[in-house]
Ligand binder design. Structure first.
Ligand SMILES: *Cc1c(COP(=O)(O)O)cnc(C)c1O
Length: 397
């Protein structure tokens, strides 16, 4: 299978290994005495290209870079599925393409797939920038936009004649869940391709391609790299023709990932299994704690058995994620809580090793109440976080 996707030169027999082993070993260099264990970033614009350029693995850095290749190999491994693994269905080899940001990755899929007259079905609660991008630009180029909420698989009703179904589960920040396999089957029956924005889960938490999607997309600035210091994104596919289209879009539009960010990304994802496990355990403990507090009107986390999407989430996710949301009475309650907390860093985005929280309504754009807080559990000791949140909630009256 590996031969389908240049430049995936698989060097280790990783297929049968577990995720942590695969990820940590995927960027190890061959054991040449005196060579470093891992390569550094490769800074280049043109590469030496004597004679026939088709014989040079790298020619010009808008098309390819060896540091991307390493990162893409590592992400491709995560997005792939082995027959022996716990995913549904037969094993497959995925191929990943890296981008300068999550939005560059999303735009590549819309741009490569949609043509005038096509219809795209988005979640009505999709990531804000995704919604605005389609509304402000793609609809003005003759694309029809249809929207329905993530919950209750409501997007299934809009598939007739559609070209692309776009899913986000869990949705952000309201944490709604849809059944990805069921929606992929319905979309494929209707002749539509399916893209899943898998940013909140990462491919270790949920593998959209194994659930039937054609594209797995993410902003890797969030949980995937987890240090709140770089922007990057990726698109993963199983089909070589779709890969070629996305690759061509990236080369022609040219807003590509720099080698330094690619290298930082590669360093960061080696610890994803550790970070994800810790932050998701913390999120679960915090969600359970919040349900015991009278100041909290509701807690939205798919790991809670009371969450309406819990059963579906448990069937398709291996971790319920680091992000949770909860609702305090009003704006004043939320602002008091955030200002009294000493450990919750007030910032947007999510998925970092540092626990962050924010009152979402301060941005406008999301259909949430004034007291709605989105929180991203980090990797601190959860007892400290809970103690801190308890004293901050005590101050909310
Ligand atoms: C952050 C985010 C994006 C956009 O990613 P950037 O790297 O900021 O461009 C897209 N989708 C979701 C769900 C996100 O959270």
């Amino acid at each position: 299978m590996g031969a389908l996707f240049p430049p995936l030169g698989v060097i280790y027999p990783l297929k049968s290994m577990r995720d942590s082993t695969k990820i940590i070993r995927s960027s190890l260099t061959p054991a040449v005495p005196g060579e470093p264990l891992h390569s550094g970033p490769v800074f280049a614009a043109p590469y030496h290209t004597p004679g026939d350029p088709s014989e040079a693995p790298y020619t010009y850095a808008r098309s390819h870079n060896p540091t991307w290749t390493e990162l893409e190999r590592a992400i491709g491994q995560m997005e792939s599925s082995s027959e022996s693994g716990s995913d549904r269905g037969p094993g497959y080899q995925a191929s990943a393409l890296v981008f300068a940001s999550g939005m560059a990755a999303c735009t590549a899929v819309f741009g490569a797939v949609l043509r005038p007259g096509d219809a795209v079905v988005l979640p009505s609660n999709a990531y804000f920038a995704t919604r605005v991008l389609v509304q402000e630009y793609f609809t003005k180029m003759g694309i029809e936009l249809r929207t329905a909420p993530t919950a209750n698989n409501a997007q299934a009703a809009l598939l007739d004649g559609a070209k692309l179904l776009w899913l986000e589960s869990p949705s952000n920040p309201t944490m709604e869940i849809c059944d990805i396999s069921a929606l992929c089957e319905a979309a494929h029956r209707a002749g539509a391709l399916v893209a899943v924005d898998n940013t909140t889960s990462t491919p270790l938490g949920q593998r959209p391609l194994a659930l039937g999607a054609d594209f797995s997309i993410a902003s890797d600035a969030k949980s995937m790299t987890g240090h709140s210091d770089i922007l990057l994104g990726h698109v993963a596919v199983r089909n070589p023709e779709l890969r070629a289209k996305i690759d061509q879009w990236r080369t022609l539009t040219g807003g590509v990932l720099g080698p330094m960010e690619a290298w930082l990304g590669l360093r960061s994802i080696a610890t994803l299994p550790l970070r994800l496990q810790r932050s998701c355990e913390n999120a679960q403990r915090i969600a359970e704690f919040l349900t015991t507090r009278p100041e909290v009107e509701s807690v939205l986390y798919p790991g809670l058995p009371t969450h309406p999407g819990h059963a579906i989430a448990a069937g398709q996710m291996r971790y319920f994620g680091a992000v949770l949301s909860f609702v305090l009475r009003d704006r004043a309650a939320a602002e008091t809580f955030l200002s009294k907390s000493k450990l919750l860093t007030e910032a947007t985005s999510f998925g970092g090793i540092t626990t962050t929280a924010e009152r979402r309504a301060r941005w406008g754009g999301d259909a949430v109440s004034e007291g709605f807080i989105r929180m991203s559990a980090g990797c601190e000791a959860v007892e400290d976080l809970i103690e801190d949140m308890a004293q901050a909630l005590d101050a909310v009256q």
